[in-house]
Write a protein that binds this ligand. Structure first.
Ligand SMILES: [Zn+2]
Length: 81
């Protein structure tokens, strides 16, 4: 998943690539209900490619009721080598 964040360090927007790990909740899949999606916010550290410093930001990720997000991993910003 690609996200763009407003950087508090240099006031620009940077693109980041994040990896979402989730597990399927089997009983919810078979419950016969319409899957509902809720949005959860995860706070992670991101690297500003301009300043070379990290900042904390929240990312909103929608999670269907049949899956449970277990981890959110920030991969290197696409500007970073
Ligand atoms: Zn920045």
């Amino acid at each position: 998943m690609q996200v763009e964040l407003d950087c508090p360090l240099c006031d620009e927007r940077h693109p980041y690539s994040i990896e979402i790990h989730s597990s399927i909740v089997l009983y919810a899949m078979h419950a016969g209900r319409e899957p509902r999606t809720q949005t959860r916010s995860f706070t992670r550290l991101f690297l500003c490619p301009e300043k070379g410093k990290r900042f904390e930001a929240g990312v909103e990720i929608s999670e269907p009721s049949y899956s449970r997000i277990t981890d959110v991993i920030v991969k290197a910003g696409t500007d970073e080598r």
